[in-house]
Design a protein around this ligand. Structure first.
Ligand SMILES: [Zn+2]
Length: 494
């Protein structure tokens, strides 16, 4: 019998505060090693940490979005362990009184919704980084990252497959980015996930022995590591073996996990309240102030996109998955609605097509960097602004340019930054809508094709398409198709 998979996730989100968790040092990424440190984050004796108010606010914001209870009184604790990137010999974290508890997140997959319970989310500081590069055989310690604020978000073991775990991770990342508390970048380490995974006989209530997985820095690796671990555990159990409770490291090159250390228990860390920090009191006023300013979250925005813009669910999902993309789409619709007086529903689907297919296509082709690696351009840096795209779509809607012309104009806006009107004017691209000019072309086409004209007039209606094609061809593709249809109907019948 296939065993049941039980997965819980711990996610460390690096908070987007300007300064560190307990000192004023900057959290900016990429500076020379050990240039962003002070006695507090270096862990020198005698210094006093001070709690970063912004980090507390970000934790509350996240807790509310995840339907957690915000503890009116919570406390920081010392988690004691030794490692070269932790000069104090302890990490300041939260233990028995975390700031957020008992929340949930609904995740959607294949049309069904599942509720994943959030056990807790607590604030802590990050450690430094050990560097094993440069001089051969030597290792270095960079403490720029030491003291950076983290929010650790822990689920109950509610997930039952790697796919489901990835859906949860992506939903959580979207929420953190929407909340503007974390940039969600797994590759740069601002979002780290540690799945814990166990197997049990199907239908059993008891949990099996769990293994924790570390060193995962992309969704792809997360899925691969969990899949590998399921197979490994299945094999051991089917051979009558026992799973050891341990922490295993994912090796992306080998595509397998390897033991790192046997699992430590909480008591191994000798947690105790940090005597340098007073208990943190959070007033109802503070919580309510944060709640009032919560932004619209992806799930709510998704529903609104379907209703307000008449979008298919697929479009709404793609557009709202990324906040910047959703903002871009809305700004483009708004700019058109303002100039044309049309409703959001009239404009929604067409705009969605142009943003998702045409513009995203150009952005994905991106720009070649110096190593000639193609990098997609993020939507926030799109060379085509929402106003510019709106102006282009308005020209198309008015019939001044055709759909295929609009595509080439978009590409030129993308390359040159010129406006749609400028490009259309300079290239003489405007569609021929002038009746006099079109009638002249139609007369010529009719004169040249008298046989087909005879067929049409004797009742062969399908010849109409032939005439449309001939007129479009004779105009070099510049004729306004709607106008051509209208005029042809009139003239062919006469
Ligand atoms: Zn510092």
């Amino acid at each position: 019998m296939t065993p049941e998979v039980v997965i819980g996730l711990e996610v460390h989100a690096q908070l987007l505060t300007q300064s560190k968790m307990f000192c004023g040092c900057t959290t900016a990424f990429g500076a020379a090693p050990n240039t962003q440190t002070c006695p507090v984050c270096l862990g020198l004796p005698g210094v006093l940490p001070v709690i970063n108010r912004k980090a507390v606010e970000f934790a509350i914001r996240t807790g509310l979005a995840l339907h957690c209870t915000i503890a009116p009184q919570n406390r920081f604790a010392r988690k004691n362990y030794f490692y070269p990137d932790l000069p104090k010999g302890y990490q300041i974290s939260q233990y028995e009184l975390p700031i957020c508890e008992h929340g949930w997140l609904d995740i959607g997959q294949n049309g069904t919704t599942k509720r994943v319970r959030i056990r807790r989310a607590h604030l802590e500081e990050d450690a430094g980084k050990n560097l094993h590069e440069g001089i051969a055989g030597a290792s270095h310690v960079d403490l720029n990252r030491a003291g950076t604020p983290l929010l650790e978000i822990v689920t109950e073991p509610d997930l039952s497959s790697p796919e489901e775990a990835i859906v949860y991770l992506k939903s959580l990342r979207d929420i953190l980015v929407y909340l503007e508390v974390c940039d969600g970048n797994m590759e740069e380490g601002s979002l780290r996930c540690e799945p814990n995974l166990s197997l049990r006989p199907a239908g059993s209530k008891e949990l099996g022995t769990k293994v924790e997985l570390k060193n995962i820095n992309s969704f792809r690796f997360a899925k691969a590591a969990m899949e590998y671990e399921i197979k490994r555990q299945e094999k051991i159990l089917s051979e009558g073996g026992k799973i050891l409770q341990e922490t295993r490291l994912w090796n992306p090159d080998k595509g397998e996990t390897a033991p790192m250390r046997s699992k430590e228990e909480a008591h191994d860390y000798r947690y105790f309240p940090d005597p340098d920090l007073v208990p943190l009191r959070i007033s109802t006023e503070m919580v309510e102030a944060v709640r009032k300013n919560l932004p619209e979250l992806p799930a709510v925005r998704y529903k609104r996109f379907v209703e307000a813009y008449g979008l298919p669910e697929h479009d709404a999902k793609v557009l709202t998955a990324e906040k910047d993309l959703a903002d871009f789409f809305e700004a483009t619709v708004k700019a058109q609605a303002e100039t044309t007086g049309l409703s959001s529903k009239d404009i929604g689907k067409e705009t969605s097509n142009w943003v998702m297919v045409e513009l995203m296509g150009l952005l994905h082709r991106g720009k070649a960097s110096s190593q000639s690696v193609v990098q997609a351009i993020p939507i926030a840096e799109s060379p085509v602004s929402p106003a510019a795209l709106a102006a282009l779509l308005s020209l198309k809607r008015k019939g001044e340019i055709s759909g295929s012309m609009a595509k080439s104009v978009l590409e030129e806006i993308f390359q040159t930054g010129k406006s749609a009107e400028e490009i259309v004017k300079a290239k003489g691209l405007a569609q021929v809508s002038d009746e006099g000019a079109l009638e002249k072309i139609i007369d010529e086409v009719m004169a040249k094709n008298s046989a087909q004209l005879g067929q049409y007039r004797s009742g062969k209606a399908e010849v109409f398409g032939f005439f449309v094609g001939q007129v479009m061809k004779a105009s070099g593709g510049m004729a306004n198709p709607a106008k051509v249809n209208e005029l042809l109907k009139r003239k062919l019948r006469a």
